[in-house]
Design a binder for this molecule. Structure first.
Ligand SMILES: Cc1ncc(COP(=O)(O)O)c(C=O)c1O
Length: 439
């Protein structure tokens, strides 16, 4: 980055500081990953200079010979990896991909069903704060007290509301998705079943989670989570989807361009192609299985230490710790102080609110890229449990207005805590043993 360093030291220094933060800390946010150096190289290329509205060999501007090759490779790799006949690799990210699905198959005012946000669903599946609920009649389904999807409720709601589209997929769900059972419900009411596999795409390719390809009509995903790619999105249409509507692929293409987006981000497309190439290697399968093994090892150790996990464990890459009413923020901030990064998150039937949720969400994709295994997971789980123990006296106040006072006191406590300083040093030592990019 010699040009950047010379020309804009403020930005250069902030990037270098972020590199250091990622290198020296444990990233446990389950939607994050360390993309490979090859993926990052593809992102930082002259492809960012190009406009390519349209699709390969059907563009509006000239000079597309190289971009057409790149996008075609990305499409063909996506189709092969997920076993589907159609792929669009242009969505700027996961949320625009999901919006394009609505535009492709629904009319404004149509009814759609999705997993409730506090139960783990994503904003774009119809939550009230998302624009999707402005344009569509959105019905939420839930998980049962054991943390598994409530299939009985889903079937009842589907029969009652006759949705045009049912989403399956989530941002904080620790169990495998029952794609086959949901496809039966969707078929019964004539709905499109759309699997949003943003979180689990890499696990599916690795064979560590079931694929929805046989059961859903459409699949959407981000490319920057377990797929290990750059920020981006993809929409896939399955054979079942094309059987329901042979025009589905064309409708998706039109929804992305010209309805919602302009020119694709060609540098991102190239990086997605590189990502998909990496995901075809046998080492990717091994990595995906290790992600799940690591999550199970961490979950078991956390529970051994007395922490409460939603659904008492995990089937995938992520876990949700129930920290007590409104206490997610305390654990997030205390762990930040020791170099362990995760995010506060709602838990099913959260007694608090999405702004002051009662849980934290954590996962193993990023640290598995570093080469960490079960032994390290146990160590990390014990640090988390030690930190939790240390902050046990801090409770969410009865009156929300008192939160500012409590959090101020809490931050002073963190700042002065000697145990946290010791754990932070130990975290740095572990990270040094498992370098990220400084190999
Ligand atoms: C299940 C799911 N779908 C969609 C998205 C949206 O992706 P993006 O943040 O890239 O818009 C996310 C992001 O967390 C997600 O978890």
């Amino acid at each position: 980055m010699k040009n950047l360093k010379k020309q804009d030291p403020k930005i250069y220094n902030a990037i270098k500081a972020e590199e250091k933060r990622q290198e020296e800390g444990l990233e446990l946010i389950p939607s994050e990953i360390a993309a490979s150096p090859a993926v990052i190289e593809a992102l930082g290329t002259v492809l960012t200079n190009k406009y390519s509205e349209g699709y390969p060999y059907k563009r509006y501007y000239g000079g597309q010979a190289n971009v057409d090759i790149i996008e075609t490779i990305a499409i063909e790799r996506a189709k092969k990896l997920f076993g589907v006949p159609f792929a669009n690799v242009q969505p700027y990210s996961g949320s625009p991909a999901n919006l394009a699905v609505y535009v492709a198959v629904c009319q404004p005012g149509d009814t759609v069903m999705g997993q409730n946000l506090p139960d783990g669903g994503h904003l774009t599946h119809g939550w009230k704060a998302s624009a999707t609920s402005m344009f569509y009649n959105t019905i939420a389904y839930h998980v049962k007290p054991d943390g598994y999807l409530d299939l009985e409720e889903i079937e009842k709601l589907a029969i009652k509301h006759k949705p045009k589209l049912i989403w399956v997929g989530a941002t904080a769900y620790v169990r495998e998705f029952p794609f086959e059972k949901l496809s039966k419900i969707a078929d019964k009411v004539g709905a499109y079943l759309v699997a949003d596999i943003a979180h689990i795409a890499g696990l599916i390719i690795a064979g560590a989670h079931k694929s929805p390809a046989k059961f859903a009509h459409i699949i959407t995903t981000t490319t920057h989570k377990t797929l290990r790619g750059p920020r981006g999105g993809m929409i896939l249409v399955t054979a079942k989807g094309l059987k329901k509507d042979p025009e589905l692929g064309n409708k998706i293409n039109q929804a992305i361009f010209p309805r919602l987006q302009g020119g694709p981000h060609d540098h991102q497309t190239a990086a997605i192609a590189v990502t998909l190439g990496e995901a075809m290697k046998p080492s990717f399968k091994k990595w995906g299985h290790q992600v799940v093994k690591n999550a199970k090892a961490m979950a078991n150790e956390l529970m051994k230490r007395g922490l409460k996990l939603v659904s008492n464990g995990t089937d995938n890459h992520l876990m949700l710790i129930n920290c007590g009413k409104g206490r997610g923020v305390f654990l997030q901030e205390a762990l930040d102080a020791v170099g362990i990064t995760l995010n506060k998150n709602t838990i099913p039937s959260d007694p608090s609110s999405p702004f002051y949720p009662s849980g934290v969400r954590l996962g193993t994709p990023f640290i598995t890229v570093r080469g960490m295994k079960e032994k390290e997971m146990k160590k990390i789980a014990n640090w988390i449990a030690d930190v939790m123990e240390e902050i046990k006296d801090f409770q969410f106040p009865e009156k929300k207005e008192d939160f500012k006072i409590v959090i101020k006191k809490f931050r002073v406590f963190i700042e002065k805590n000697k145990k946290f300083k010791k754990i932070h040093q130990e975290v740095k030592v572990l990270c040094k043993k498992f370098p990220l990019y400084n190999k």
